[in-house]
Design a binder for this molecule. Structure first.
Ligand SMILES: Cc1cc2nc3c(=O)[nH]c(=O)nc-3n(C[C@H](O)[C@H](O)[C@H](O)COP(=O)(O)OP(=O)(O)OC[C@H]3O[C@@H](n4cnc5c(N)ncnc54)[C@H](O)[C@@H]3O)c2cc1C
Length: 450
């Protein structure tokens, strides 16, 4: 069977479905091909499942000090089967929401694996779809490093750990101290698991401001998490004690044994079997290469989201999807993708946008740094939170805001205020004019400027 459309989108994650809404409202006959489930990694194996589980484990951790709030609870325990059932309900509910928007926009969804067979045709099952444009939004999958023992039972990725429904692990080793690794360290230390994080680079959260890495490492240690930086895992072996990771820490041999090992060392682009040999996409470091308008070497084939690399976050993927379709539609109306906030949903939350003071030094930009410690913030103290700060970086001459880093309650919400400031070239004085309600975490933004 052959059908004709304007746009075939391969991948129904945030990049794909957000692009579909823009295409459909621009009058394009649009089809989404999805091989697993609408919502992509974000809804099914990423943002929503992790934060749903974290919501439960975070509340459980708070119970530790519940007596201090005058509340008496006995027999505190956590049942991961209930946590998983709730997660499934939430994911299903949100997927229904996306599907109803898809239906309202008259976008067709075909479930199955799409393959590009020519620059104007995609095959899915027995069906060939002829199309003016193709948008590749196939995302990424967990990367398995070439370490001996990664295939042993009990060595898992985020996909499997997000389905975990038994008693909390006694011990968990996490290979990789990036965003995914630290979020899982947070989740499992919340429920009493002894977590060990092994990071190859010289600091955890290597893409964040150095001060955030250091402060968060202290926070993890306080929670009982063992953190090993500049440490390379050489092999994983299984014996009666469990899974033993042998690693080198700053050149010295070391071992850690645990019930499970989580591999969280990064993601690889989903490009295998995506196109026939006659299609010659340019691939760089395993990612699809595109120009500023998200076009591949074929001007009618676009690629967006995690599969092209850059900032691999759901909101960045969605913005790229929208921008690519805007280009197809000939519109100049774009989302600013130069300024993308990054968030980590640990306790305390971490958020960053724009440049850090290290970036400013490297780029020879003279900056002023404004900082406020959260120990002096009323909402932080009354909520029983410790450590943390808000830091704002501005150009020394113009006072235009260039960056911000935060480690505190609600940092992942507050970062939008600073993102708005950077995108609209606001100055420190512009922010100072704004009343921030009391008592809130966001007062720290104003207080940093006084
Ligand atoms: C554990 C974890 C936690 C995360 N937490 C956050 C977070 O809190 N905030 C955040 O912003 N980001 C988070 N991310 C990252 C976020 O999930 C991704 O940035 C986002 O999903 C990328 O969107 P995408 O549309 O590019 O790709 P994806 O969401 O990966 O969607 C791609 C889709 O394409 C489908 N597909 C692939 N190949 C084909 C094919 N040939 N035919 C048909 N379909 C195909 C896949 O099945 C998938 O559904 C997290 C990721 C992980 C793994």
């Amino acid at each position: 069977m052959v059908k004709n459309v304007d746009l075939v989108i391969i991948g129904g994650g945030p990049a794909g479905y957000e692009a579909a809404f823009v295409a459909a409202s621009g009058g394009m006959k649009t089809v989404i091909l999805e091989k697993e489930a609408i919502g992509g990694t974000c809804l099914n194996h990423g943002c929503i499942p992790t934060k749903t589980i974290m919501h439960s484990t975070g509340l459980f951790k708070k119970l530790e000090k519940i007596d201090e709030l005058g509340i008496n609870l006995e027999n505190k325990s956590i049942d991961f089967r209930v946590v998983q059932n709730r997660k499934k309900e939430i994911v299903d509910k949100l997927r229904d929401g996306i599907l109803s928007r898809i239906n309202k926009n008259n976008v067709e969804v075909i479930l199955g694996e799409g393959k590009i067979i020519s620059k104007n045709a995609v095959k899915i099952g027995d069906e060939t779809i002829e199309t003016k444009f193709i948008l590749i939004a196939t995302g990424t999958s967990a990367m398995i490093p070439p370490i001996r023992g990664c295939d042993i039972d009990g060595v898992i990725t985020s996909d499997e750990i997000l389905e975990y429904n038994k008693k909390p692990y006694k011990e968990l080793t996490i290979i990789g101290g990036g965003v995914i690794g630290t979020e899982f360290a947070n989740i499992f230390s919340d429920v009493g698991t002894h977590v060990t994080v092994i990071e190859a680079l010289d600091r955890i959260l290597p893409n964040m401001d150095r001060e955030i890495s250091q402060s968060f490492k202290m926070t993890l240690k306080k929670r009982g998490v063992s953190v090993h930086e500049a440490s390379l895992v050489e092999e994983i072996v299984k014996d009666e004690q469990g899974l033993t990771c042998r690693y080198k820490e700053k050149g010295k041999d070391a071992v850690v044994t645990s019930e499970a090992v989580l591999i969280a060392v990064g993601r690889k682009a989903n490009i295998i079997n995506l196109y026939e040999d006659n299609i010659k996409l340019e691939i760089e470091k395993g990612l699809i290469k595109v120009n500023d308008n998200y076009q591949t070497v074929y001007p009618n084939i676009y690629a967006v989201g995690d599969v092209i690399g850059g900032v691999q976050l759901a909101h960045a993927a969605a913005a790229e999807g929208k921008n690519a379709v805007m280009h197809i539609l000939g519109s100049e109306d774009r989302i600013d993708t130069k300024v993308i906030p990054s968030c980590i949903y640990t306790t305390p939350e971490i958020a960053s946008v724009g440049i850090t003071s290290d970036d400013a030094k490297r780029q020879n930009i003279k900056v002023i740094t404004k900082k406020f410690p959260m120990l002096a913030n009323g909402k932080t103290v009354l909520s029983g939170m410790d450590r943390g700060y808000v830091k704002i970086i501005a150009d020394e001459n113009t006072h235009k805001v260039l960056g911000a880093q935060m480690m505190c309650g609600r940092a992942t919400d507050m970062i939008s205020e600073l993102t708005l400031a950077i995108v609209n070239e606001l100055t420190l004085e512009d922010i100072k004019k704004v009343i921030h309600p009391h008592p809130t975490f966001s007062e720290a933004i104003k207080d940093a400027l006084n």
